[in-house]
Every structure is written in structure tokens, then in C-alpha cells.
Design a protein around this ligand. Structure first.
Ligand SMILES: *[C@@H]1O[C@H](CO)[C@@H](O)[C@H](O)[C@H]1NC(C)=O
Length: 159
């Protein structure tokens, strides 16, 4: 029985991926399955399930040193272009041919969590506040996660 409902759940999650679901039918769907564990799993799968979240992304930006990383991270959060920025120090750089940027030993990676709709403004901000001619700015979609965190992400960024 448990196996059966798991299979049913999996099937439904797959079919849900291509359709939007109202909160009422979602509630119905969860109560049909019945278990709290399933409800918990569900909330980590569907970002769109909460009306308080927006499509969100992770953006990677590399900077040449700690000072540049601190300054850029602070300005991004101050402008509400991101909910938070993680700074990863000690990045080592390796490129097959010449790297497009200056090589330093103290390069930092900024991991920026923000709304998808802010990508253009964020990219412009980085380009305007970066010493590289062609700074790395790459965005990855967030396909799911902790709904409360994603709500916080929305609440902490500008519209
Ligand atoms: C985000 O804002 C909404 C609307 O103001 C609020 O209901 C919700 O509790 C907030 N969530 C978090 C995690 O900050």
C-alpha cells in the first residue's frame, strides 16, 4: 500500500510539473495522500506551490580579491538586488587557454540568491562595479527548496 501510494505520488508530481495547481486542489491532493511526511516532501518540490515565492536564481560572480568581494556583496544587498550573498574565498583559477580575467591567488566567488526578474539589474550593477572588463556573471535556476527560505528570498529583494 505504501509502495502504491509512493508510485501514485511520483506520477502526480511528474504530471504537476507541467500544470499549475490552485491552493485548494493542492490541499485536496495532499489530504488524499494523507501522510505528513509526504506533505513535507511536497513543500520542498514545488516552488510555485506558494503564492509568496517568485521564480528565483543563484548567480555566480567572481571577483579578484577580498576587498572587491566585500564591497560588491555589500552593495548588492544594500540595493536589494539579492537576499544574501555568500563569499567563498581562495578560489583557484584554471583555464585551458588564457583566462579572460587577470589571475590572482585571492579570487573570491560570490554566490548570490535573488529573484529571476532582477538578473538584468544585477548584471548591470556588477558590470558597473567590477574592475574586470568582462566579469563572470552566470545564473542558475532554483527549481525547488525550502519554501520558507524562498519566501524570505522574495521578501528581502526589491520588486
Ligand atoms: C514574507 O512576507 C509575507 C507577506 O508579507 C509574509 O506573510 C511571510 O510570512 C513572509 N515570510 C518570510 C519567511 O519572511
Amino acid at each position: 500500500m505504501k509502495l502504491l501510494s509512493m508510485a501514485w505520488f511520483t506520477l502526480n508530481v511528474i504530471s504537476l510539473s507541467s500544470s499549475s495547481l490552485s491552493p485548494a486542489s493542492m490541499k485536496n491532493f495532499i489530504s488524499k495522500i494523507g501522510s505528513r511526511e509526504t506533505e513535507k516532501r511536497f513543500s520542498t518540490i514545488r516552488v510555485e506551490a506558494s503564492g509568496n515565492t517568485v521564480p528565483s536564481i543563484v548567480v555566480y560572480v567572481t571577483v579578484p580579491n577580498k576587498e572587491a568581494g566585500k564591497k560588491l556583496a555589500e552593495s548588492i544587498v544594500k540595493e536589494k538586488l539579492a537576499a544574501c550573498v555568500n563569499r567563498v574565498p581562495g578560489m583557484l583559477l584554471f583555464c585551458l587557454k588564457s583566462c579572460p580575467n587577470i589571475q590572482t591567488d585571492s579570487e573570491e566567488l560570490l554566490i548570490i540568491k535573488t529573484r529571476q526578474s532582477l538578473l538584468e539589474a544585477l548584471t548591470d550593477h556588477v558590470k558597473g562595479n567590477h574592475e574586470y572588463e568582462v566579469p563572470e556573471v552566470i545564473a542558475l535556476p532554483i527549481t525547488g527548496g525550502n519554501i520558507q527560505y524562498l519566501e524570505w528570498l522574495k521578501n528581502s529583494t526589491r520588486d
